[in-house]
Design a protein around this ligand. Structure first.
Ligand code: TYD
Length: 206
């Protein structure tokens, strides 16, 4: 059986990746593909523990956060029924809202980048995506969108962290340019314009 494709969306908070991931899932289904839209942190027990830490309710160190994200990612990959690996092997396309590039950007800038990189990229139970679509916006645009759309704010959603994380995302993309397929898309535009570029990036792997 032909394997499904593994597509990841990345970007800082408020970049619009969740909307674009949804639009892509609908589009791929409309052309007859089987698609599962998923996200990290997951809704598994490991992902629920992360949500508690992200809300600030439970305190965790940045190294603990890095390990928790890796643990959640492994569970996401190897889960028997709806795991990424099982779905792709079964011919289903998996679209994931955030993946290891986020850990490299968020925890990579607050701990040790090489340690975080090797835990993720060298782990035999973590699949590498066919394409990663990075939706780029500036930190001030991110905060403007977060302020409009939500009442609660997570621990990383402030100007200082978002600025560091965006810079780190761009440096991660540069670091991985020879080993991973990553497309950068300008996210501060009308959503259909952004989506046109998303489709262009995905067509090259279908
Ligand atoms: P996010 O995609 O923003 O979820 P939601 O839209 O439901 O709030 O992810 C939550 C936060 O988790 C976000 O601030 C980024 C952070 N994060 C990391 O720090 N490392 C990771 O590996 C992942 C997957 C997320």
């Amino acid at each position: 059986m032909k394997k499904g494709k593994f597509i990841v969306f990345e970007g800082i908070d408020g970049s619009g990746k969740t909307t674009q991931a949804r639009m892509l899932a609908e589009y791929l289904e409309s052309v007859g593909r089987r698609v599962v839209l998923t996200a990290e942190p997951t809704s598994l027990p490991s992902g629920r523990a992360l949500r508690e830490a992200l809300s600030g309710k439970v305190k965790k160190s940045e190294c603990q956060m890095a390990v928790m994200f890796v643990d959640d990612r492994i569970a996401h990959n190897i889960c028997e029924s709806e795991g990424i690996r099982a779905l792709i092997d079964g011919g289903v396309d998996v679209i994931c809202d955030r993946y290891y590039y986020s850990t490299l950007a968020y925890q990579g800038q607050s701990t040790d980048y090489e340690w975080v990189k090797s835990m993720n990229l060298r782990c035999p139970e973590i699949q590498h995506p066919d394409v990663c679509i990075y939706i780029d916006i500036l930190p001030e645009q991110s905060l403007e969108r977060i302020a409009k759309g939500r009442d609660s704010v997570e621990i990383y959603e402030n100007m200082e962290t978002l600025t560091k994380v965006r810079e780190q995302f761009l440096s991660v993309i540069h670091d991985l340019e020879n080993e991973e397929n990553i497309c950068i898309i300008d996210g501060y535009r009308e959503q259909n314009q952004v989506f046109e570029d998303v489709c262009k990036s995905v067509r090259q792997i279908l």
